[in-house]
Write a protein of this length. Sequence first.
Length: 452
Amino acid sequence: MARLFGTDGVRGRANDQLTPELALDLASAAVRVLGADTFDRPNQGEAVGLRPRVVVGRDPRASGELLEAAVCAGLAAAGADAVRVGVVPTPAVAFLTADYKANFGVMISASHNPMPDNGIKFFAEGGHKLSDAIEDAIEDAMRADHPRPTGAEVGRIVDAADAEDRYLAHLAQTVTTRLDGLTIVVDCAHGAASQVGPAAYEAAGANVIAIYAEPDGLNINDGCGSTHLEKLQAAVLEHGADLGLAHDGDADRCLAVDSTGAIVDGDKIMAVLALAMHEAGELTDNVLVATVMSNLGLHIAMDQAGIDLKVTGVGDRYVLEELRAGGYALGGEQSGHIVIPAAGTTGDGVLTGLMLAARMASTGSRLADLASVMMVLPQELINVKVSDKHAVAVADSVLDAVKVAEAELDGYGRILLRPSGTEQLVRVMVEAPTAESARGIAERVAKVVASV
C-alpha cells in the first residue's frame, strides 16, 4: 500500500482523493497515537482525567469547511476535545498548539496549491512537525481495530474566541522594531493571512496596502500570492511603496519585492536576516541552514560574511531537522519558507515579513541595498519525464554527463540532479556565470537523462 503521508502531510483533490471519511479516520488515528498517554494527565492546569485537547485550523478554501467538520468529528469520536481556531495561517496553528497547551494541532490547507486541492497536516505537542515514524504509526492506527468512547467520554468541539489575538500578540512580542514610515503592499493570496497579515504589519506601524485579501472560498492562490508575483510588483510601483510582501495560501512562506519592483526571493531574504542576526550576535555558531536548491550566490555571500552555510535536502522538514539537531537560529528555502526557531517551530511568512521590514527600518536602508549583498548566479532548471527516476539518476551515461558539465564549470557554478519527490521526473538544475552557459549545459545533460 502506498504511503498516505507525503512531504507535507496528506494532500489531494478535496472530496475525491481527500474525502471526509479519510479525514475522520486520520483524525481519530492521530488521537490514538498523539494522545495515547494523555487521557489521564492534567490539561492546562485543570483536573486529572480530562481528554486530549487538539487545535484545529484551516485556510479559507471552500472544502476546508467540510474537512474541518470531518476532522473535528474524528477527534471527538476518539475521545479528544477539538478547539477550532478558524481561518488562520499554518504557523498560527503551530504556535497555538503550544500556547493552548494542546496535545497536538491539525491544519487543513493545501498551501500554494489551487483551490480544488486540500490537505491535512499535524503538529505534535509544542507545535513541532511529525517525524516519519509518527506518521507511519498514524497510518498503522487507521488500519487497526479500536474501542469507541461513549457517553461522557466522547470528545467535545469548541470555538476559540481569542486565537487570532493570541497569534498577533505573539508576533508583536517577537518583532518589536517599529515600522513607522514604511509603506508595504501585502499580497495575501486570498488566503489564511488575509486578516492577520495586514493587521500585524499595521500594528507594527506600517502603512499597509492589502491586495488579494478577500477570500470567498474559491479564489485562494488564483493568479496571486507568492507563486504569482507580477501583480505585487506592479502594485509596489503604482503606490510608490517601500516594500512588497507576498504570502501563499496558508502563509507559511514569504517572498518580497523591493521599491524598484525587483523580486527578493527566499535566498536573498535569508542573506539579509542572517547578516542582521550575525551582527546582533544571535546567529548560533554563525550558521545558516538552507537546502541544496539555494543559489550558489548565497553560498558565496555567506562565505564572505564569515557565516557557515549548512545544506540539507529539499523540503522545510529537513531544514527543521537540521535546525533542531544543531540548535541553530536561522534556516529556510529559496521558495520563502524561513524558519527562526527562537520565534516559532515552523516557517512563518508574516513573521518573516515583519523581520525583513524591521531590518529596513532599523538600518534606514532600501531593501534593494540590503539584498545586494547576494549576487544571484543565473540558474536553469529543466524537468525531464522518465520511466524510473531513481535508476536514471544513477545511470553511468548520466553520471558521465554530469562530470563533463562540472569540468566545464570549473568551480564557477554547479550542477544538481534530483529525482522529484512526487512524480516520475528528474530535475536538472545548473548554475553558471551566464544564463547562456547555464541553459546550454542544462539542455545537454537533460538530453542524456531523457535518453536513458
